[in-house]
Design a protein around this ligand. Structure first.
Ligand code: GLU
Length: 528
């Protein structure tokens, strides 16, 4: 059997859609499963855009997820160029071949006339078929029209008496009656190719064996197979995979602004938008694009692991069985087959994504978590580019203390109180009022406990806790009389790590300094 060669052919749109990434992943998995090649080809026939800028986020998404390509942008390959805008000669040559063989023709009908034909068909309730007036022209008329530069397009001449079919890996046997297919335009008057034509010419030239793509392209496949046949090329195998739906719906995930607004109210999807609202303002994103969970870049910036996203995307329409959820990339490569891809749309599932994330985060060592979290701390300005060994140790201790509360790398940002100086700690003013100003004895009790802390021999969480309990009992105090004010005083927040873990992490000096600062603040605010 020939080497399996798959491809993904994105248009440079300036962002990578998470659904498109799933299509790319399935191509990549199928190539890797078979020891084949995965090719990236850039569908940049729409030249209005600045291709380089618009492609960058797409390549970035592949790199982040570790989906390497064997041929394509940046690396080239034996079947290049890999940008359609640089492949005009191939298209012109292929069209000429069809014109010479009488399998394609110049159509001089102006668009308005074609539109009239279309309306007539509609009025008569019959399917539209183009009228083929240009086929009636004599050779000399045709020559004359071309010489005088009369506008025309080139159409494939469809044999209306036949049927065309594919045996799709996912959709099964699909058949079309060519008697219902208008002759498709394959090249415009300016010699630019149409998608269906360029795709076939390129897929054939690049020796693609399996075309795995979104199911919306199934209808294009009829015309594409006709083009393969007309050009005398081998037809590849096809697998049209189901679209990715918005969470809890059967509706294709869209990146339109209007839909995004709707998704924000979707109870499942909302979780991901909430992460963005919470995290992104803290990071220096340095981009004018507003990231949302329809884009791959959102997941990187929110602090997901590539492994979690690969795991999640693999499970969108593909499964190994009805129970295996957490899967490494190697495991999926080994087990990925097209016959286990389902027909039904697969809903993006934020809860599952978060659970994969939790699983893959658990697999990381403290050092790996450190490497993962550090850039987030730096971008949030909590750690500078250069930092001391003590700061490094403090981050490591924080990572250890936060344990499984650290699910996303960005979760570390919620523990900023352990990384800022005592003087720059900010207080949740509402909590401060409730815990330090309102209760009559709060300051007095805090001051008493400060004296205990100042004398503690052993500043570890366990020792501090048992000492705290004895002191509480001896003074006839309840837990609630002190724990909340102590927390707000030392961390500025109403909730967070276990209180004694927090004290250990801060160390004696900071704990005392923060209590002093809080007492001072409380006293001055009380006297106002
Ligand atoms: N550029 C096309 C798209 O993004 C490629 C379709 C195909 O895979 O044939 O939809």
């Amino acid at each position: 059997m020939s080497t399996v060669r798959t491809r993904f052919a994105p248009s440079p749109t300036g962002y990578m859609h998470i659904g498109g990434m799933r299509t790319a992943l399935f191509n990549w998995l199928w190539a890797r499963h078979n020891g084949g090649k995965f090719i990236l080809r850039i569908d940049d026939t729409d030249r209005a855009r600045n291709v380089e800028d618009a492609l960058e986020p797409i390549l970035e998404a592949f790199k982040w997820l570790g989906l390497d390509w064997d041929e394509g942008p940046e690396i080239g390959g034996d079947y290049g160029p890999y940008f359609q805008s640089e492949r005009s000669d191939f298209y012109i040559e292929a069209v000429q071949k069809l014109l010479d063989a009488g399998l394609a023709y110049h159509d001089f009908d102006p668009p308005e006339l074609v539109q009239q034909d279309r309306e007539a068909a509609e009025n008569e309730k019959r399917p539209f078929l183009n009228v083929r007036r240009s086929l009636e022209l004599s050779d000399s008329e045709k020559k004359q029209y071309l010489e005088e530069g009369r506008p025309s397009v080139i159409r494939l001449l469809v044999d209306r008496s036949q049927k065309v079919s594919v045996d799709d890996h996912i959709r099964g046997h699909v058949e079309w009656d060519c008697g219902l297919i208008p002759d498709p335009v394959i090249m415009r008057g300016d010699q630019t190719p149409l998608y269906n034509f360029a795709t076939v010419v390129d897929d054939a030239a690049m020796k693609i064996t399996h075309v795995i793509r979104a199911e919306e392209h199934l209808t294009n496949t009829a015309v594409q197979v006709l083009i393969y046949q007309a050009l005398g090329y081998d037809v590849p195998e096809f697998a049209h995979i189901p679209f990715v739906a918005a969470p809890g719906t059967k509706e294709k995930l869209s990146k339109r602004d209007k839909k995004i607004e709707k998704y924000k109210k979707n109870p499942q999807f909302k979780k991901l938008f909430d992460i963005a609202d919470n995290v992104f303002p803290k990071l220096n994103l340095g981009s004018s694009v507003t990231l949302n969970p329809v884009m791959v870049a959102y997941y990187r910036e929110a602090g997901f692991l590539p492994e979690a996203i690969i795991n999640g995307l693999s499970r969108l329409g593909w499964s190994l069985d009805d129970k295996t959820e957490n899967m490494s990339r190697e495991f999926v490569i080994e087990n990925f087959t097209l016959d286990r891809v389902v027909k039904a749309s697969a809903g993006l599932d934020p809860d599952k994504l978060l659970s994969y994330q939790e699983h893959w985060m658990e697999q990381l060592s403290t050092d790996e978590k450190y490497d993962f979290c550090l850039p987030f701390l730096q971008r949030a300005g909590l750690v500078g580019e250069d930092f001391s060994a003590e700061q490094r140790d403090q981050i490591v201790r924080l990572i250890e203390a936060s344990g499984d509360r650290l699910k996303l790398a960005s979760d570390i940002l919620a523990f900023d109180e352990f990384l800022v100086s005592d003087d720059s700690l900010t207080y949740d003013e509402k909590a401060f009022k409730k815990r330090l100003l309102k209760p009559e004895r709060a300051v007095e009790i805090l001051r008493d406990y400060r004296a205990v802390l100042a004398d503690s021999n052993d500043f570890t969480a366990a020792a501090l806790e048992s000492e705290f309990k004895s002191w509480m009992e001896a003074n006839n105090l309840g837990f609630g009389d002190i724990i909340h004010s102590l927390r707000v005083a030392t961390t500025g927040k109403a909730s967070g790590l276990g209180m004694f873990e927090a004290l250990e992490l801060l160390g004696r000096e900071s704990s005392l300094a923060r209590i002093d600062r809080a007492i001072e603040k409380a006293e001055s605010e009380k006297s106002e």
